[in-house]
Design a binder for this molecule. Structure first.
Ligand code: SAM
Length: 213
């Protein structure tokens, strides 16, 4: 994502009631933070937030948490959140630290148009690499469930292989999601690519959580 500096970004972040400060303090108690036992869906790399905001508005019985690592991106997304949404929270962090934030409490993870890190030597930075899959193991409740969409065929194939070799089962595989499904809630990047006539690749990956002895 091209980053333009946003004036007053510190002020925007500081004043948003949706941005969770000291998120690590809530590990294992996000149900208390939301005040209910509804499922929790997380999007890593939420960007400007269209996907997660529209999902939160359409699904009041699901709690959504958006993760984004850049202040300038957050300063664009936070002001877009309507005033009275009680099923959406945002965390500013690098997902590399995700296992410090959640413990056995997440139901679904969305990876939408994640950075592809095209160079081979950077493959472990991809959000679907084994490095991240190992971290995700401890955040999910009963089933690890990852919904991924991307415009990048190389990242897509890499991800399918990475999920499979880590014990995930794949379903809803699509090489042209928008030809197969209508009425989808989309992301900013997705709209751009679909507008150019590019195919969107999608997959759902699931794996049972290993019970510790
Ligand atoms: N998902 C949005 C969309 O589809 O419009 C944004 C896609 S953009 C290519 C990727 C986003 O993920 C950027 O906003 C970037 O800052 C964020 N991101 C990348 N790696 C991340 C990480 N390790 N932790 C948190 N956010 C990350």
């Amino acid at each position: 994502m091209r980053l333009r500096n946003v004036k007053n970004k510190e002020k925007i972040l500081e004043s948003s009631k949706y941005l969770v400060k000291n998120a690590e303090q809530n590990i294992g108690r996000w149900d208390k933070v939301f005040g209910n036992n509804n499922p929790i869906y997380v999007e890593i790399g939420m960007g400007k937030g269209k996907f997660i905001i529209e999902n939160a508005l359409s699904n009041p019985n699901i709690n959504f948490i958006g993760i984004e690592k850049y202040d300038s991106v957050l300063a664009k997304s936070l002001p877009k959140i309507p005033n009275d949404l009680d099923n959406l929270l945002i965390i500013r962090m690098d997902a590399l630290n995700i296992e410090r934030i959640f413990s056995k409490e997440i139901d679904r993870l969305y990876l939408n148009f994640s950075d592809p890190w095209p160079k081979n030597r950077h493959h472990l930075r991809r959000l679907s690499s084994r490095v991240f899959l190992e971290k995700y193991d401890s955040i999910f409740k009963d089933v690890c469930e990852i919904y991924q969409r991307t415009d990048n065929q190389d990242l897509y194939i890499y991800s399918l292989e990475s999920y499979s070799s880590y014990g995930y089962t794949l379903s809803d595989i699509s090489f042209d999601l928008h030809k197969e499904k209508e009425g989808l809630i989309t992301t900013e990047y997705e709209d751009k690519f679909v507008g150019k006539g590019m195919p969107i690749y999608a997959v759902v990956a699931r794996k049972c959580v290993q019970k510790s002895k």
